[in-house]
Design a protein around this ligand. Structure first.
Ligand code: NAD
Length: 370
């Protein structure tokens, strides 16, 4: 039977290739055991591509990314590339992917695993059952707005300035992603800005409300000021389902929410673009962590962030809810059994390597599918 989904896998540098080997075992497991079948291509990105081709991503790999239904990315970078020319540095490979695929909505879930509740900086009872999603607009706003710069005033002192700008269409498309996600989840969106002090925030609130009224009145919409949202995230994070915000506030709130769950080795993410004529959204899935040069090559890295990124891929690119849940349930079960990589080690648990964590996940998937 012909494969029905095409995947481009870009392992990258450092621990990227190590964690991806384990994820690839799970991809192959799905290929063999479930209805979905994958046509997988692998490519080089970051330092690996620079070493082989003198560029952090080749045009051929970009073409593969454009053609694929989804891209699964590991991590890039390492101290050996610190002296590479700026436009050839490993992270430029990732930036080009995001830019050329026009990926404007960054999705970061904050999901707690029962077995890791103690890893959160908050009390277990505050984060128990937490399952929220932050949708951050990632190509506009103050990080890209012009004019920007540092100028010297007549009195001789310097003045730094940036510009926060959002067009209606930029707001509509990211809000649309948030509403669509809410329909796949618990049906609630909290839109976050500072309409009390920012004009762009006033427009943000108006446009989100208009879109809601026009096309998403079945979703429950609330508005919240960004400072209050930060406070609510640490006070009662379980009140949220989907949070949508601009580039700046989304950046801060998503890092804050990430720490509610404990470890960098457990955090997946996705970046989505606009749907094409066939309804297919361009999408890239990646763990939040970097290439971790301090532990690379030691079979110590936690592969679960990358594996959970694959679960997001199943859910958000292919609408395979049951398959995504299989992965997430396998992770829950393995953690509950006390199997841990070093970064999430707890007293009384068994410390295992990257490879053994992969073995445990595959064994658990076999058990669940039996
Ligand atoms: P990092 O995320 O690579 O590592 C931070 C710390 O967390 C390290 O101590 C590391 O060992 C640990 N860690 C990270 N992922 C882990 C995992 N899966 N399992 C166990 N421990 C894990 O961040 P950094 O040290 O600031 O950056 C290292 C390199 O990665 C740099 O070159 C940086 O530019 C790059 N980077 C890449 C990305 C990306 O590819 N998206 C993101 C962030 C950083």
């Amino acid at each position: 039977m012909a494969a029905n989904k095409s995947l481009l896998i870009l392992p990258g540098d450092g621990i990227g290739p190590e964690v991806m080997v384990q994820v690839r075992r799970v991809v192959d497991w799905f290929d063999q055991r479930r209805e979905v079948t994958f046509e997988v291509k692998e490519g080089l990105v970051g330092g690996a591509a620079y070493d082989a081709h003198g560029t952090p991503i080749t045009d051929e790999t970009m073409e593969d990314a454009m053609a694929a239904d989804a891209v699964l990315f590991g991590s890039v970078g390492g101290p050996q590339y610190d002296d590479a020319p700026r436009d050839l540095r490993p992270e430029m490979g990732l930036l080009r992917l995001r830019k050329d695929l026009d990926l404007f909505a960054n999705l970061r879930p904050a999901l707690t695993f029962d077995a890791l509740l103690d890893a959160s900086s908050l009390k277990p009872e505050v984060v128990e059952g937490l399952d929220l999603m932050i949708v951050r607009e990632s190509t506009g706003g103050v990080y890209f707005g012009t004019p920007r710069g540092i100028e010297t005033l007549e009195d001789g002192q310097r003045r730094g300035f940036d510009t926060q700008t959002y067009t209606e269409s930029e707001i509509r498309r990211v809000a649309g992603v948030a509403f669509d996600l809410a329909r796949q989840r618990r049906g609630k969106v909290t839109s976050v800005e500072k309409a009390n002090v920012m004009e762009s925030g006033v427009l943000w609130r108006q446009v989100v409300s208009e879109l809601h009224e026009e096309s998403y009145s079945d979703v429950d919409l609330g508005h919240m000021y960004a400072d209050n949202c930060a406070m609510q995230l640490v006070r009662e994070p379980t009140q949220f389902d989907v949070i949508v915000s601009d580039n700046l506030f989304g950046d801060i709130l998503s890092d804050c929410a990430a720490m509610l769950t404990g470890s960098l080795g457990m955090l997946p993410s996705a970046t989505l673009g606009a749907p094409d004529e066939s309804g297919r959204r361009r999408a890239l899935y990646e763990p939040v962590h970097g290439s971790a040069p301090d532990i690379a090559g030691k079979d110590m890295a936690n592969p679960l962030a990358c594996l959970l990124s694959f679960a997001m891929l199943l859910r958000y690119s292919f609408d395979l809810e049951e398959d995504a849940s299989l992965v997430e349930n396998a992770v829950q079960a393995v953690l509950k059994s006390g199997v841990r990589t070093s970064d999430i080690m707890a007293p009384g648990a068994a410390r295992v390597s990257t490879t053994v964590m992969g073995d445990s996940i595959v064994r658990e998937l076999d058990k669940q599918a039996a």
